[in-house]
Each structure stands twice: as structure tokens, then as C-alpha cells.
Ligand binder design. Structure first.
Ligand code: FAD
Ligand code: NAI
Length: 471
């Protein structure tokens, strides 16, 4: 006998998009269910993404930091790595976060269902449980929040032990002597940093002639130098064409990205991390049968209100267009919940920050210099180095700078880019300023506590508007 339940909203996927949408919708009075095929809620971000990576980035940064205390007059012996304990810290961090989502579901009377969801028709969702039993649920609206998974590299088979994606790189059994990272994007540089700090020799093979495509060119160039100082080797304009796993060491074939641009070579490695991007995950949802159309990059196509080509079926997060970021998914989740409750949900895509949690951190919001040039917008640049900031000197954190880009005519801030310790926290005053369409003068005239790293944000704004004081 089939059990029938009826909801206002069923969400497929419990990542930052899905679970936040569920909580907001429940707060607005809707009866909500969330279907998740993983054993725990929280999606990629909480289980195998943002959260475990940040636990390892923090721990490995502390390990590395101990070696840099002598100039401060602090003498300590060489640190000793207890990798199982470090991984246990990561696992405990994940557990408390995913438990937190389960708690939020209970608190907001959201039905969390573990199983695989498929859409039978608008208003009808089938759940297949682990034991193979199925259940059909009825609902007024459906939100697809199934996220993404890592893009495979043709000819390279992933075993998550020696040839890994980010998932395997979060739980290596030992520190590899030689790690080859394919792709100088966010995952490659963050997880490359983790293992570099713990002792691995890291070589990054990147297809393009620069690292971190999409980030401001100035930032990427300086950051590459900083990583090289930390011991990273970069092979730019190169691609991995195959990995031979037959021997004790992996044999990695590397060729120039452009044919004829140089010689192919073979590099040895203990571990290869493939981090060449992520792709939307829509497998087994039954989208074609119900008529939900995908775009040219196989993302679910939505209108300005996140509705797919089928009325009553919506989509948010990594599975639709836009930056694949947890906070973007969350804010889309809130917007859809508001729209379904009859309110005006909206996301400002012009002011979504992006942070790379390396040391130093990189943070960015709005347009890059390259984008402004390409758009033919006249702009002013204010740039302030942390080497001229008193607090940064006191902390030996003088690497990096703040860059503010403003409209040459109106002085409106169009972009902010920071490389430096704490960049990921500092960026938010620029985000708020941009959310309120503020100007460089507004930011430059705002009192900042002294001595703080954030004074460099004010100084960069002063530089874009008029002149910085301390430069
Ligand atoms: P997801 O989090 O991918 O969640 C989708 C969920 O849907 C999954 O749990 C999946 O199991 C489930 N699902 C899929 N199909 C079905 C189905 N048919 N039935 C039931 N359930 C289904 N972003 C940041 O902003 N900051 C970071 O620091 C950051 N770090 C990252 C580090 C790594 C290593 C990785 C891989 C990603 C990182 N990201 C980060 C990206 C971030 O994880 C994603 O942008 C975010 O998780 C997207 O949220 P989502 O809700 O769209 O999808
Ligand atoms: P990415 O898109 O950031 O970087 C992939 C890199 O691989 C690019 O530089 C690309 O040019 C390169 N590349 C592509 N094909 C290649 C090939 N065949 N050989 C060599 N290089 C190749 O993707 P990444 O790092 O896998 O991350 C996926 C997503 O996860 C990103 O979109 C990011 O937004 C998100 N993420 C966010 C984090 C954060 O916000 N801190 C942390 C980790 C992931």
C-alpha cells in the first residue's frame, strides 16, 4: 500500500540551496519536504566541500604557521603532524554542521526524507529509498536543488585513492611526496595548499596561461608569485593527457595546451588531483520526460523567477547558471521561497563575493579590471598595499593589497579585490557598499578603527576617489 503525503513544496537536494530554501519556506508558513540521497543533509558544501576543506585549510595553516613564529620572538620546536587527528577534526566539523541542518529541519517542522527523488509530473515526486521501496509524494511546487559534481578528465580514471577529485583529496591516508594538481582553479589552489603545507611537493598543471581565471588579473599574477614562494610549481599552458597507474609511482603525461607549442613530458606523482571544474547534476531526475529543458551547458534553464520551462518546477544553486558558490545557492533558495509565498524574491548578482581560502586569502566582489575594459566602462583604480598598513606590519602580514574599481564619472564602486590575510572577512564592507550603490568617496569617508587591516580598504577607496593618506 502506497503512503500518500501532500506538501506545498518539495525540494530535491539538501545542499545550501535546498536546505536554506526549506527553512525560509517553512518560516513563511509552507509545508515543506526535502529529499536527499546522501545519508546526511547539507549537500556537497557541508559534506565534501566548503566545510571539510576549511577545516583542513585552518589546521594545515596552523601547522605551517608554527614554522614562521621565530621573527616574532617565539621559539618552538618543529611541529609534528598527527594526520589522523587532523582528519578527525575535519570529520567532527562536518558532523556538527550536518547535524545542525537536521536540527533546523526538526525545528521548522520540515520533513527530511533520505532517498533519491525523481519528478514524475508537475506536483508529483517519487522517492526511492535505499531498500528499493518507493513512495509518491504530492506537492504544489517542486524545487530542483541537486547541485553539481566534479567534471571528469577524459582518459583519466578516478579511484579516489591515488587519482582523486576534491572528495579523495579531503581524506588522503598520508601526505603525498609529490602531488600533481590538474587545474589552477579554486579547488586546486585550496587543496593544493593543504597538502603543500603538510609537506607535499605540489605541481599545478593549468590549461590557460594564468591561474584563477575569472579573478582580477592583477590579483592572480601577484598571488601566483606568493604561491611560488610557498613552494608551488606551476605549469601553465599545459594539459594532462593521461595517467599511467601501473607502477608504484603514477606517470602523468603532460602536453602543451596548444599543439606544437612545446614538448610533451612525463611527470611522476604519488597522487593526482583532478580539479578542472564542476558540472550540474541532473542524472535520474526524469527531467526530459516532464519537459524541463537544459541549456547548452546542461544546466537547468530557468526564468527570472527561477521557474523552469515547466510551470510549478523551479531550480536553484549549482544546477542552474551563475557562480557555483554556496552563498549564491542559499540566496537563490531564499528568493524562491519568498516567490512561492507571494513575496518578491530577488538576488543581486552584481554583488556576490567570492573568496579563495588560501594563505593569504583572496576575495573579490563585482567587476574585474578586465571586465570593465571589455565593457568599455571608464573607471578609476585605487590600490593600497598592506605593506603600508601598521597593523599588517605588526602581524607580519604585509603581503598583498586592496584594489577598488570605481566609475570614473559617478564614483560608484564597481568592484573590489583583496589579496591578504583576512581578505575573506574584509570584503564584506565593499559588498554592503555595493549593495547600496555606494561610491568610493562614501567608503573613503567612513571611519575605520585603527589599527586594522580594514583601513587598507578605506585607503584604496580614497585612492580611487582622490588620494590615499598613507601612501
Ligand atoms: P549541493 O551542495 O551540491 O547539494 C545538492 C544535493 O542534492 C547533494 O547532497 C546531492 O546528494 C543531492 N541530490 C542530487 N540529486 C538528487 C536526487 N535525485 N535525489 C535526492 N538528492 C539528490 N562554495 C563556497 O561558496 N565556498 C567554499 O568555500 C566552497 N568550497 C568548496 C570546496 C570544495 C572541495 C567543493 C567541491 C565545492 C566548494 N564550494 C564552495 C562550492 C559549493 O559546495 C557549492 O556551490 C554548493 O554546495 C552548491 O549548493 P547546492 O545546494 O546547489 O548543491
Ligand atoms: P574552477 O573552474 O575554479 O577551475 C578549474 C581550472 O581548471 C581552470 O583554471 C581551468 O582553466 C582549468 N582546466 C580546465 N580543464 C583543464 C585541463 N584539461 N587541464 C588543465 N587545466 C584545466 O574549478 P574547480 O577548482 O574544480 O572548482 C569547481 C567549483 O567549485 C568552482 O566553480 C568554485 O566556484 C567552487 N569552489 C569554490 C570554493 C570557494 O568559494 N572558496 C572552493 C572550492 C570550489
Amino acid at each position: 500500500l502506497e503512503k500518500r503525503m501532500s506538501y506545498d513544496l518539495i525540494i530535491i537536494g539538501s545542499g545550501p540551496g535546498g536546505y536554506v530554501c526549506a527553512v525560509k519556506a517553512a518560516q513563511l508558513g509552507l509545508k515543506v519536504a526535502v529529499i536527499e540521497k546522501r545519508a546526511t543533509y547539507g549537500g556537497t558544501c557541508l559534506n565534501i566541500g566548503c566545510i571539510p576543506s576549511k577545516a583542513l585549510l585552518y589546521a594545515s595553516e596552523q601547522f605551517d604557521h608554527v614554522g614562521h613564529l621565530a621573527p616574532l620572538g617565539v621559539k618552538v620546536g618543529a611541529p609534528e603532524l598527527d594526520l589522523p587527528a587532523m582528519l578527525a577534526h575535519k570529520d567532527a566539523t562536518v558532523k556538527s554542521n550536518v547535524d545542525g541542518v537536521a536540527y533546523l529541519f526538526k525545528k521548522n517542522k520540515i520533513d527530511g526524507i533520505i532517498g533519491t527523488g525523481a519528478i514524475l509530473a508537475p506536483g508529483k515526486v517519487q522517492v526511492t529509498k535505499d531498500d528499493g521501496t518507493t513512495e509518491t509524494l504530492e506537492t504544489k511546487a517542486i524545487v530542483i536543488a541537486t547541485g553539481s559534481d566534479s567534471t571528469p578528465l577524459p582518459g583519466v580514471a578516478i579511484d579516489e585513492k591515488r587519482v582523486v577529485t576534491s572528495t579523495g583529496a579531503l581524506e588522503l591516508a598520508g601526505v603525498p611526496k609529490k602531488l600533481i594538481v590538474v587545474g589552477a582553479g579554486v579547488i586546486g589552489l585550496e587543496l593544493g595548499s593543504v597538502w603543500r603545507r603538510l609537506g607535499a611537493e605540489v605541481t599545478v598543471v593549468e590549461f590557460l596561461d594564468r591561474i584563477l581565471p575569472g579573478m582580477d588579473g592583477d590579483v592572480a599574477k601577484q598571488f601566483q608569485r606568493m604561491l611560488q614562494k610557498q613552494g608551488f610549481t606551476f605549469k601553465l599552458g599545459a594539459k594532462v593527457t593521461g595517467v599511467d597507474t601501473s607502477g608504484e609511482m603514477l606517470k602523468v603525461s603532460v602536453a602543451p595546451a596548444k599543439d606544437g607549442a612545446g614538448d610533451a613530458e612525463t611527470l611522476e606523482a604519488d597522487v593526482v588531483l583532478v580539479a578542472i571544474g564542476r558540472r550540474p547534476y541532473t542524472e535520474g531526475l526524469g527531467l526530459e520526460a516532464v519537459g524541463v529543458v537544459l541549456d547548452e551547458r546542461r544546466r537547468v534553464k530557468v526564468d527570472a523567477h527561477y521557474q523552469t520551462t515547466v510551470p510549478g518546477i523551479y531550480a536553484i544553486g549549482d544546477v542552474i547558471a551563475g557562480p557555483m558558490l554556496a552563498h549564491k545557492a542559499e540566496d537563490e533558495g531564499v528568493a524562491v521561497a519568498e516567490i512561492l509565498a507571494g513575496q518578491a524574491g530577488h538576488v543581486n548578482y552584481g554583488a556576490i563575493p567570492a573568496v579563495v581560502y588560501t594563505n593569504p586569502e583572496i576575495a573579490s566582489v563585482g567587476q574585474t579590471e578586465e571586465e570593465l575594459k571589455a565593457a568599455g566602462i571608464e573607471y578609476k583604480v585605487g590600490k593600497f598595499p598592506f605593506s603600508a598598513n601598521g597593523r599588517a606590519r605588526a602581524m607580519l602580514a604585509t603581503e598583498g593589497f586592496v584594489k577598488i574599481l570605481s566609475d570614473a564619472k559617478t564614483d560608484r564602486v564597481l568592484g573590489g579585490h583583496i589579496v591578504g590575510v583576512g581578505a575573506g572577512e574584509m570584503i564584506h564592507e565593499i559588498v554592503v557598499l555595493m549593495e547600496f550603490a555606494g561610491s568610493a568617496e562614501d567608503l573613503g569617508r567612513t571611519t575605520h578603527a585603527h589599527p586594522t587591516m580594514s583601513e587598507s580598504v578605506k585607503e584604496a577607496a580614497l585612492g580611487a576617489w582622490f588620494k590615499p593618506i598613507h601612501l
